[in-house]
Ligand binder design. Structure first.
Ligand SMILES: Cc1cc2nc3c(=O)[nH]c(=O)nc-3n(C[C@H](O)[C@H](O)[C@H](O)COP(=O)(O)OP(=O)(O)OC[C@H]3O[C@@H](n4cnc5c(N)ncnc54)[C@H](O)[C@@H]3O)c2cc1C
Length: 541
């Protein structure tokens, strides 16, 4: 990469920008500052003293020059129109990656940064098909861009064997394309963000009910492409369970998949595209099941003496099918840190132990019945009720934690997360193994864990690591991530329950799906994307 900037692509943005800050999470107006108490805690517990060196302002970032020729740019503009092609640094920089901690650390670098060579905003399937044909012919890589919230390197501007890469931003595919209240189905444009989709459905008294922590910015197409899982998964399932149908534009043609409420017409091809992470095609529309907006809701938080008791209680609830919409359990360390960070999380603070949160939704009768059954099961399994306040407080702040990560980075602390899942039997061993791997790789760091999603047969574990940034935080985290990934693979757990694969989990894919599985994915890719332009270097080993 040369540090010199080309004159041509620099300058002001010509396209609408992604709604998030280019070098941090979310809305700058919601940025958080750490209190003196929390800074004191970071210094005492982790040796974090002194702020991190500030990163460059957007205008100071030196971007890799645009490698597209004037002829390429004219051809792209001929498909989407001049108004929907961006080549300025200000257009390219916000699409240069996702929002993992390594992404944010790279944005803070004063070294030259990588970015897509151009950004295109197609208006529909015909333009997407034409763009894919053009890029295959001109040998340009394509990175589909939804909300830009990937945390696994899914938006890295990788070129593979090609000279250039374009970011294909799907924000213009933002319509409610169909609604069938009788069947409880809606067709959503892939570029709709979570709030935009819910607002359109709410006009009809309906809800999708998919609330990942990235809800405010992630898109319907991104949810499908990454097999996302939301915080209400106990009640409404993962996103892939909500999907009834998909439309996908591939270089080989368009697929319209999913008929009827269920089918035995051979293997379910929708499953090929759910989790395909933009490597096989561009998802343009998703038909999802929807349900009436809940008429009633109830909240209750719980304390368990230890994580093992809490995990057994969650298993009992899930295996009995007592029906909470949300159920999650923090381990001792996460409970303690949450209390310290928020001082009081509302109501009576839990004194140590492990905090669990439950939320119930439905009609008033359903909520009452589900609440009572779950309550009985949790109390029988050793829970103490903390009332509704801590659960309401969790819900109130549930999309705000990523702002805290930015504040921690500013204060010189490394904060990153990873997740996995396994069956209930192996869950305790998995938690110990991953915690040990992270602690050994990052001595002195805090490793926190919670059960984020439950199933009758198992659960997912979500780890948060907070430590000192150190001299080379990217390498420090890469080493910790390798250690954790190896521990997950050795324990027979999945390398990712909902964050997807991207570049970061690709090294473990062959181990997870086997050599024949890799050949199947490569064969499908060769059929649908013979030139290999779609997201090279991601997902498929
Ligand atoms: C703070 C934070 C919290 C998060 N919390 C959760 C969580 O609770 N649950 C969860 O599941 N995930 C979570 N994530 C991860 C991320 O938000 C999800 O993976 C999300 O589904 C990505 O959607 P997106 O629209 O932002 O996609 P992007 O990040 O833009 O893209 C993700 C990948 O999908 C591809 N892609 C995007 N759109 C399309 C399309 N239409 N067709 C084909 N390929 C496409 C991209 O090329 C990329 O490889 C979180 C991320 C952050 C930063």
């Amino acid at each position: 990469m040369t540090p010199e900037k080309q004159a041509a692509p620099a300058g002001a943005a010509t396209l609408p920008l992604p709604p998030m800050k280019w070098d941090a999470w979310g809305d700058p107006a919601l940025a958080r500052e750490l209190s003196a108490d929390i800074r004191g805690l970071l210094a005492a517990a982790l040796g974090v003293t002194g702020d991190a060196a500030p990163g460059p302002a957007a205008a100071e970032v030196v971007l890799r020059p645009c490698a597209l020729t004037p002829d390429d740019l004219a051809a792209l503009a001929a498909v989407v129109g001049e108004a929907h092609l961006g080549t300025s640094d200000a257009d390219r920089l916000p699409r240069a990656g996702g929002k993992s901690t390594p992404d944010l650390l790279r944005r803070r670098s004063r070294d030259p940064q990588d970015a897509p060579d151009a950004v295109v905003l197609p208006g529909g399937e015909e333009e997407i098909a034409a763009l894919l044909a053009l890029c295959a012919e001109r040998r340009i890589a394509v990175v589909p861009f939804g909300g830009g919230t990937s945390v696994v390197g899914g938006l890295e501007p990788l070129r593979g064997e090609f000279a250039a890469v374009v970011s294909l931003d799907l924000r213009r595919l933002d319509g409610l394309l169909g609604l069938d209240p009788t069947s409880g189905e809606a067709v959503l444009g892939a570029g709709l963000t979570g709030p935009a989709a819910e607002a359109l459905l709410a006009e009809h008294g309906l809800e999708l009910g998919h609330y990942p922590q990235s809800f405010r910015y992630a898109t319907v197409g991104g949810f499908a492409a990454t097999r996302s899982s939301g915080q209400n998964s106990a009640g409404h399932g993962r996103f892939d369970e909500m999907v009834r149908g998909l439309r996908v534009v591939t270089p080989a043609g368009v697929l319209d998949l999913g008929r009827g409420p269920a089918s035995a017409a051979g293997p379910d091809l929708r499953a090929l595209f759910l989790g395909s992470e933009g490597t096989l095609g561009v998802i343009t529309a998703v038909r999802v099941r929807v349900h009436p907006l809940p008429a009633a809701r109830a909240h209750e938080a719980w304390s368990f003496p230890d994580f093992a008791t809490g995990a057994q209680a969650l298993r009992a609830v899930e295996q009995q099918g007592t029906g909470p919409t949300v159920i999650r359990l923090s381990d001792e360390a996460e409970t303690m840190v949450n209390l310290a960070m928020t001082e009081r999380i509302g109501g009576e603070p839990a004194a140590g132990g492990c905090l669990a949160v439950t939320v119930f939704e439905g009609t008033a009768d359903q909520v009452a019945a589900r609440h009572r059954l779950t309550r009985d099961a949790l109390l029988a399994a050793g829970a103490t009720s903390l009332g509704e306040a801590p659960a309401l407080a969790w819900e109130h702040g549930r999309f705000d934690a990523p702002y805290l990560r930015d504040a921690l980075l500013d204060a010189g602390a490394l904060c990153e997360t990873l997740e996995t899942a396994t069956d209930w039997r192996r869950l305790p061993g998995l938690r110990s193994a991953v915690t040990a791997a992270l602690t050994a790789a990052l001595p002195g760091a805090l490793v926190l864990c919670h059960i984020s999603h439950v199933y009758p047969t198992g659960a997912s574990l979500y780890f948060t690591v907070v430590g000192a940034l150190g001299e080379d935080p990217l390498e420090r985290w890469a080493a910790a991530k390798r250690a954790a990934g190896d521990a997950i693979a050795a324990a027979g757990a999945t390398i990712t329950h909902h964050h997807a694969v991207g570049t970061d989990h690709r090294p473990w894919m062959a181990e997870e799906i086997g050599e024949v599985g890799v050949r199947v994915l490569r064969a499908v890719k060769a059929e649908l994307d013979p030139a290999g332009i779609l997201n090279p270097g991601k997902l498929i080993p």
